[in-house]
Design a protein around this ligand. Structure first.
Ligand code: NIG
Ligand code: FE
Length: 426
């Protein structure tokens, strides 16, 4: 008999996402969620210890004293969602730019006129760690209530040594305090800082000779990300930055081909980046090379939606080519102000024609792969963290189909109930 301190039983669908554990899901694998009908699950000390049909629960699992029983009859149980691309930490907001876009300005025009990333940089440089943390904490609570139990968070609104380190320290402390797992990415290469606008090479130099070595030495980040874009970092500069980071143990990720086709996807493949993100303008060659190199495409349909772009990444072509696809919010104050992964899943289906099952794979197991958390998160399998959602829905498709509302009723993080009846419990 397996002993358990948390048991969930009777789920109309228990969506396990069990499958190969050697690489992210691609092609038709993305449609297979490995659902247990009338499913049950048991956990002990924060880890999953048993998954199976409710009919077998009694003969397999023994509840310990004070164990918690969750009744999921008629409901859907899923792994906690994983958001593998966010700019969680920032000061100030940019609703003025939202209004300017409605009035016809574009994202790049607004940035050139002093708005954009550098507007948030100015506010973030002035903010204290406590202020940054308080704002990020609110967003993490919103994410958790919407089903996200693991999130990646980037620096990149400092663009100087002091503020970049301050952001990474905030990210580290948020992770320590929990309950949401927060995986840190260094993104000093998010924009050219205003003081070096006339000399971008000097900033690339600062990144490579000072910032990256310090971040690596202090183990403040797992990944290094670069905004490879016309007018920001060229393909050549991005490649140099990523290689310097990889040499010091920070795996590469790239904001690639978001606003123009610069060949960022092919570059990401060349340097064996873990992910290439955005990819609206990625060309056929870039998609082929990503598939060959096994680079994960992290697609962020909330961003073109929020920027009125009338164009989305070619998810169908990527899946057909064998590129593993993940989905993320890109949560940030400029190009995508939402903490909601369920909204992103809906957009992935309606705007990129991903099937609900593919979208769920992309925001769970493939998202975990995108941030190196594949051994801990992204599926309901024995040995993984007990990060679990109960949805007030009869099947998984509702998570994509029923949009603009929150179907998440219960959230379990590391075996503890942290959201109940849609409300945060402490
Ligand atoms: O992923 N592309 C660069 N970075 C963000 C935008 C950040 C901002 O506008 O503040 C993005 O879209
Ligand atoms: Fe981003």
């Amino acid at each position: 008999m397996i002993q358990a301190d948390l048991i969930i039983e009777g789920a109309a669908e228990l969506v396990t996402l069990r499958g190969n554990s050697i690489r992210p899901r691609r092609g038709d694998e993305m449609r297979n969620l490995t659902i247990v009908r009338q499913g049950a699950l048991a956990a002990r000390r924060g880890k999953i210890v048993w998954v199976g049909p409710t009919a077998d629960l009694l003969t397999s699992v023994r509840p310990m004293a004070f164990s918690r029983l969750i009744d999921a009859y008629g409901k859907t149980v899923l792994p906690g969602l994983v958001d593998p691309h966010t700019h969680l930490v920032f000061a100030g907001t940019r609703e003025n730019e939202f209004r300017m876009r409605i009035q016809g300005k574009t994202y790049l025009e607004i940035a050139a006129a002093g708005g954009g990333i550098n507007a948030t940089v100015a506010a973030t440089r002035k903010a204290s760690k406590q202020e940054l943390k308080a704002a990020a904490r609110k967003s993490l609570d919103r994410m958790l209530a919407l089903g996200t139990t693991t999130v990646e968070a980037k620096s990149g609104y400092g663009l100087d040594v002091e503020t970049e380190l301050k952001m990474l320290e905030v990210i580290g402390e948020l992770n320590e305090e929990g309950p949401v797992t927060v995986i840190p990415t260094f993104m000093g290469a998010h924009e050219i800082p205003p003081e070096l606008r006339q000399n971008p090479e000097a900033y690339v130099d600062l990144l490579i000779t000072r910032m990256i070595p310090e971040v690596a030495a202090r183990k403040l980040a797992r990944f290094c990300d670069v905004f490879c874009e016309t007018g920001v970092f060229s393909v050549e500069q991005s490649e140099r930055i990523c290689r310097a980071a990889a040499d010091l143990g920070l795996e590469a990720r790239v904001h690639a081909d978001e606003l123009t086709d610069l060949g960022g996807a092919a570059m990401a493949a060349r340097i064996n980046a873990r992910t290439a993100d955005h990819l609206l303008f990625a060309n056929d060659d870039g998609i082929r090379q990503m598939a060959a190199a096994g680079v994960i495409a992290v697609l962020l349909p909330g961003t073109p939606y929020f920027l009125h772009m009338q164009r989305y990444a070619r998810a169908r072509d990527m899946i057909a080519a064998g590129v593993p696809v993940a989905l993320a919010t890109d949560f940030n104050p400029g190009s995508c102000m939402t903490e909601s992964l369920p909204l992103i899943l809906n957009l992935a289906c309606t705007q990129m024609r991903m099937l609900p099952a593919e979208a769920i794979t992309a925001a769970t197991v493939n998202a975990a792969w995108a941030i190196g958390e594949e051994d801990c998160a992204g599926s309901l399998e024995v040995g993984k963290q007990a990060d679990i959602l109960v949805l007030d829905a009869p099947n998984h498709e509702h998570l994509c189909y029923h949009f603009g509302v929150n179907l998440v009723e219960t959230v379990v993080k590391n075996g503890k109930v942290v959201v109940e009846g849609g409300h945060r419990v402490r």
